[in-house]
Design a protein around this ligand. Structure first.
Ligand code: NI
Length: 400
């Protein structure tokens, strides 16, 4: 009961902060004002913090009265280079920059949760870390690895880490979580096929790059249809192909660009492996030069089953027993994956659909909107989750 009241007391402030950030979005790596605002809010709340992680990242530190475990809560803080098309009182005032992925809400909710948790620290055993992460949208570089490289967790090492993302496909009052992969791995590639050109009537004097590319496209599709277990997921899409000059000239060069999406690391490795050997093999059989530019994107976001369960429990405590529907994973990429490679924890979705009153446009759309009545629920789920998991560590240390 006490938690709910504390959350209610910060609701308006959370909404106001979200609107302020929405009005003043900053793209990846340039979150200077956003970082300042976060620092001001933490100061006002009396929460100690440190800065200097991935340039604009901030780490808030809430220490309980008693020693115990360390639980980290993460929010990403950057916006996208998108021109907002919504007509809102608080719409973006910056040209070509918009919080179209809800990171304004993530930031505001984490500040709100921090304020609430800071008022409960007398009863708390352990430490809660508030991790404000820049540059999530700057794949595949991101901001999480840079924060860790800059020592964000050197002094306080998390036993667990949680990340929350607004989710337009779920209604307000619901939370989506999975005990395994929740977001996919997303890689990019560019292949350059180099043959040799010539007159269209004299193919024997050239090495037609278009014919080679044609073979390549067909064979690459067999990685998904013939090498991947049908129960697993993999997508290989060639989205762009370029080459040739005119109808009577044999093309000397063709470039193909595309993306590979997978969930399981072993499937990704298999696909990547086959991808390289097929291209090499075709190059050899046609006597052509093949250049491959392969860019590993964010790895898959893989939750720890036990802590995904705790997310479900906390959500049900706060939002009721029917608040955690069965969801399917998404093949979108997410920088939080790199935190989960180092620390156990979970990433989950907070229902923020506006569908009941208007059209819901997806994340990254210039018309994306979220339902602000979900924000207080997000604050409460996060706070509940932090308190519950700290309790688990307290029990553990008592039993030892
Ligand atoms: Ni996002």
């Amino acid at each position: 009961m006490k938690l709910k009241q504390l959350v209610q007391s910060v609701e308006n402030e959370v909404i106001e902060l979200r609107r302020h950030l929405h009005r003043h979005p900053e793209v990846s790596g340039e979150e200077f004002e956003t970082s300042k605002t976060i620092q001001e809010k933490l100061s006002e709340a009396g929460i100690p913090f440190k800065t200097g992680y991935a340039k604009t990242g901030v780490l808030g530190i809430i220490k309980g009265e008693k020693p115990g475990g360390t639980v980290a809560l993460r929010a990403d803080i950057d916006a996208l280079p998108i021109q907002e098309e919504n007509d809102l009182a608080y719409k973006s005032t910056i040209q070509n920059t918009m919080h179209a992925c809800g990171h304004d809400a993530h930031t505001a909710m984490l500040v709100g949760a921090g304020k609430v948790l800071n008022q409960l620290k007398e009863e708390m055993a352990g430490t809660i870390l508030l991790v404000f992460q820049p540059a999530e949208e700057n794949a595949p570089v991101g901001g999480s690895q840079q924060m860790m490289d800059d020592g964000v967790f050197d002094e306080y090492t998390p036993d667990l880490i949680f990340g929350q993302h607004v989710w337009p496909d779920l209604p307000v009052g619901e939370v989506g979580v999975l005990p395994h992969e929740i977001m996919g791995a997303s890689d990019r590639f560019k292949i350059t096929v180099k043959g040799s050109g010539g007159h269209a009537s004299m193919p024997h004097q050239s090495n037609d790059a278009i014919i080679i590319a044609n073979n390549l496209i067909t064979q690459l599709q067999t990685i998904v249809s013939r090498n991947t277990d049908p129960i697993d997921s993999a997508v290989l899409t060639i989205g762009k192909i370029e080459g040739g000059y005119r109808y009577n000239v044999i093309a000397d060069e063709v470039t193909l660009e595309g993306t590979i999406r997978t969930f399981k690391p072993e499937v990704k490795e298999m696909v990547k492996d086959r991808f390289h050997s097929i291209i090499e093999g075709i190059g050899k059989s046609f006597g052509a030069n093949m250049a491959i530019d392969y860019l590993d994107g964010y790895p898959a976001t893989i939750n720890t089953p036990q802590w995904a369960d705790e997310v479900r429990n906390a959500a049900q405590k706060v939002l009721g027993e029917h608040s955690t529907p069965v969801v399917s994973p998404s093949l979108g990429g997410e920088d939080f994956s790199r935190f989960l490679q180092k620390y156990p924890g979970a990433f989950y979705w907070l229902g923020t659909s506006v569908k009941e009153t208007e059209t819901q446009y997806p994340l990254h759309d210039p018309r994306f909107k979220l339902n602000e009545s979900a924000l207080r629920k997000g604050v409460e789920v996060m706070a509940q989750l932090a308190l519950d998991t700290l309790k688990k560590f307290e029990k553990r240390s008592q039993e030892e």
